[in-house]
Design a protein around this ligand. Structure first.
Ligand SMILES: [Zn+2]
Ligand SMILES: [Zn+2]
Length: 441
């Protein structure tokens, strides 16, 4: 596979400012990325090479401190760095990125700290990314599990006032992922990362779909960045369940590159489509009903075959057979849809309605959309011919030892039905769920 090392030239070009065929000039602000064995010991030298020599504040939880944090702190102290630490007693899994946790960080990070080091997975990294941004200090990510694709991200999902919201934050100055640490990560975290990675199939399909139908901005190079890692991991999912280092490396690199693809595109299109809307819906529902469960990537993994089954159905459909008369009779106008969204989402409805305003169509607008889709149908089918079947992805997930069905995850039937019905209103982003609704499938 084209590993990160082999991509050095590409990443260097991005750091210089890469004039892309999509019409944009892309930049990469992450100065140094390494996914390899024995990286932890090299962190002091790498920091100095980046010009970061001052006091370091390291943030971890008890598990990630044992897995990597203590080793990083030792190596830094031996190399002459001054190191202070915040170690949360709760593991990353149970840590909630909310106000009290952030307050603790703001209290404990010394004003003299020159760089923050986040040793952990999703929650720790999101917390530190946000705190670093607010404090105007650079941060370095030391991932302890290939569990999600947010390591290179420039936004932080946080729980504020009981709701999950996404805040602007800083991307890391550097990412140092040690394979010896990653290979020992809990299996449920590894398979969650795999779930987030297979979600890129439907994310890409939704983006291609919207490019064709809505003329949406599209960047092929951002997708190409992740292709090799996706290919490697999906061709040998058992290897992941056996913790084979080159596959764990491929997974971690794919997840990091997916974050870079997002920053290239300027939004999360390359990495997030209908599968993320479903996962997001379930996440919201579990927050509301106070029953946190499963990592983000696990939910994305389960949602991907669901979305693929919508694709399989939509692509097997012939829109020239649409009976406009009967669709007109059953059409739900903007007021009706708005009322249904209000009833379903309650106190959150206002924000959601504002976000997905463009998805509530009058019959005339929908008729026009159907005509547009009919005229593009051949191109849509041709472009999406690469898409795997729902069964193929279910099999990949199973082979990796990941959950592949909502039942396996313990999601109530009602949550699945509601998600398929209402999740598309959470975001203005156009996906196959909108296409299916427009065509009345
Ligand atoms: Zn994701
Ligand atoms: Zn581009």
């Amino acid at each position: 596979m084209e590993t990160l090392a082999a991509m050095d030239a590409k990443l260097a070009a991005l750091r210089q400012g890469y004039e892309c065929s999509c019409g944009q000039t892309h930049h990469l602000s992450i100065a140094d990325i390494e996914v390899a064995h024995n990286v932890l010991a090299r962190i002091p030298d790498r920091l100095r090479a980046l010009g970061l020599e001052g006091p370091v504040h390291l943030i971890a939880d008890t598990n990630t401190q044992a897995a990597a944090g203590a080793q990083v702190a030792d190596a830094l102290r031996q190399a002459g760095f001054s190191v202070s630490e915040t170690v949360f007693a709760t593991p990353d899994k149970a840590l909630v990125p909310n106000e009290p946790v952030l307050a603790r960080l703001f209290i404990e990070v010394p004003i003299t700290a020159e760089v923050l080091i986040a040793v952990g997975a999703g929650t720790i990294t999101d917390l530190v990314r946000f705190a670093a941004y607010k404090m105007g200090k650079p941060f370095v990510s030391v991932p302890t599990a290939p569990s999600m694709d947010g390591y290179a991200s420039a936004v932080s999902p946080l729980i504020v006032g009981g709701f999950k919201r996404t805040f602007t934050a800083s991307p890391p100055r550097a990412i140092y992922a040690d394979l010896d640490v990653l290979c020992k990560a809990p299996m449920w975290m590894i398979v969650a990362g795999f779930g987030d990675l297979v979600g890129k199939y439907t994310a890409r399909a939704d983006w291609e779909l919207s490019r064709i139908i809505n003329d949406e901005y599209f960047c092929q190079s951002s997708l190409d960045l992740m292709a090799a890692a996706l290919e490697l991991c999906t061709s040998n999912p058992e290897g992941l369940s056996r913790r084979e280092p080159h596959l764990i490396q491929g997974l971690m690199e794919g997840l990091i590159l997916s974050g870079i693809a997002i920053s290239m595109a300027g939004n999360s299109r390359p990495a997030s489509g209908a599968e993320h809307q479903l996962a997001h819906y379930w996440e919201m529902r579990s927050l509301q009903e106070n029953c946190h469960f499963h990592l983000h990537g696990t939910k994305v993994g389960v949602a991907t075959p669901l979305v693929l089954s919508i694709y399989n159905r939509v692509l097997g459909f012939d829109p020239s057979t649409i009976d406009l008369g009967s669709l007109a009779d059953s059409h739900q106008g903007p007021e009706k849809v708005e009322a249904a969204v209000r009833t379903h989402y309650g106190s959150m409805a206002e924000e959601i309605l504002a976000e997905s305003h463009g998805k509530r169509l009058t019959w005339n607008a929908r008729k026009e959309r159907i005509g547009l889709i009919q005229s593009k149908w051949e191109e849509i089918r041709r472009t999406l011919a690469w898409l795997p079947s729902a069964e193929a992805v279910t099999e990949m997930l199973t082979r990796a030892g990941a959950e592949s069905s909502p039942e396996g995850l313990g999601l109530p039937d009602e949550w699945v039905k509601d998600a398929l019905m209402y999740a598309r209103h959470l975001r203005s982003r156009y996906t196959v769920m909108d296409l299916a609704a427009e065509l009345g499938i």
